[in-house]
Design a protein around this ligand. Structure first.
Ligand code: PLP
Length: 386
């Protein structure tokens, strides 16, 4: 059976061109970039080339990019780095952030910080007015994600950026789901810090970056050697960084065509599902959403049951984020949008990507209604409604 992968928001396959570009850095060009001999300098040069590409993608200067082990580290670095380096003990974030931000905020609360978790509306949008109202003279950082990984809503980051700038407060955005997929220009967005991850844009896992605007005061994340301008010690992941650079280069070449293509497929899938399965709703904003995300709630069925049945048909999707899909807790994102626990449990996320085809979408549209009908026929939830 040909498998259909519709979980690109969890991770993307590494692009073959990216793999090809990485390979020599495991073998011939294996040197430690700190070495002053040619092996080292070759590796160092490759890292700097990748840094320029990553900076270019987000309109930054290359010296403002610090490579990390992924999006989680970039988020931790931004939040802890700012919180511990500046005066003030208050952080503003949203209630729909990825766990990498939410759990870091909880950690900071245990260290004496106060955190405001802003509510969102039914579409998952943060109100910039709420950000403004939450600011106090103790606020050190505002962190709001550019787009949500579960339901795809794109947040009004530029507006929040303007508010942060007027108030003189550092502003971080988690762009793990957006960089390389939609515009994530740091100056247009008005952010001081921005997190990225390579494995969401056809690069390798275990590598990411934090953009740190020049002049931003933050403490180093890892202490040790002098790598990354003393901001992040440890021998660099040279093949990973090189792969990240190549992935970014490819993304930049293809992004405008991909946005158009994926938006069509996304709309076809969302429309088809809502038409063919009754008592179904689309989660997230209908328009201000990632071009590749469809998140639906189906009444009277469990997301996990739909997922397992889809898997038997060779279709990979997700309930909520990859991190929460193995636990049975309701998605904090869907609950924050006002969904009931039942609706949140009946949610399914399809995230499309480079190798998604119209035929694959049609197959999902043909298969899922039958699965839902079968599950509803034995649903205690439905029986209790009758
Ligand atoms: N932030 C968001 C919005 C994400 O979707 C993810 C991954 O799912 C992360 C952060 C964590 O990134 P990484 O897997 O590179 O640590």
């Amino acid at each position: 059976m040909k498998r259909i992968y519709l979980d690109y928001a969890a991770t993307t396959p590494t692009h073959p061109e990216v793999v090809k570009t990485m390979l020599p850095y495991f073998t011939d060009a294996f040197g430690n970039p700190s070495g002053i001999y040619s092996y080292g300098q070759e590796a160092k040069g490759a890292i700097e080339e990748a840094r320029v590409k990553v900076a270019n993608l987000i309109g930054a200067r290359d010296e403002e990019i610090v490579f990390t082990s992924g999006g989680t580290e970039a988020d931790n670095f931004a939040l802890k780095g700012i919180a511990f380096a500046n005066k003030g003990n208050h952080i503003i974030t949203s209630s729909i952030e990825h766990h990498a931000v939410i759990e870091t905020c909880k950690f900071l609360e245990r260290r004496g910080f106060k955190v405001t978790y802003l509510p969102v509306d039914e579409y998952g949008l943060v109100d910039p007015g709420d950000v403004k109202k939450a600011i106090t003279d103790k606020t050190v950082l505002i962190s709001v994600m550019q787009a949500n990984n579960e339901m795809g809503t794109i947040e009004p980051i530029a507006e929040i950026g303007g508010i942060a700038k007027d108030a003189g407060i550092y502003f971080h955005t988690d762009a793990v789901q957006t960089a390389g997929h939609i515009s994530a220009d740091v100056n247009e967005l008005g952010v001081d810090l921005l997190s990225m991850s390579a494995h969401k844009l056809y690069g390798p896992k275990g590598v990411g970056a934090l953009y740190i605007r020049k002049g931003t005061k933050l403490i180093s994340f890892m202490h040790g050697g002098e790598q990354e301008r003393r901001r992040r010690a440890s021998t660099e992941n040279v093949p990973g960084i090189v792969g990240f650079g190549k992935a970014v280069e490819l993304a930049q070449q293809e992004v405008s065509e991909e946005v158009k293509r994926l938006t069509c497929l996304r709309n076809q899938l969302a429309k088809g599902l809502l038409e063919r399965i009754d008592r179904t709703r689309l989660n997230g904003h209908p328009l201000k959403r990632l071009p590749n995300n469809v998140n639906i709630s189906v009444d009277f069925v469990e997301g996990e049951s739909m997922l397992l049945n889809l898997d038997l048909e060779g279709i990979c999707a997700s309930t909520g984020s990859a991190c929460s899909s193995s636990s049975l807790e309701s998605s904090h994102v869907l609950l924050a949008m006002g969904l009931s626990h039942e609706q949140a449990h009946g949610s399914l996320r399809f995230s499309l990507g480079k190798w998604t085809t119209e035929e694959e979408i049609e197959r999902v549209l043909n298969i899922l209604p039958g699965i839902v009908a079968k599950l509803r026929a034995m649903s205690p939830l439905l029986k209790s409604q009758k």
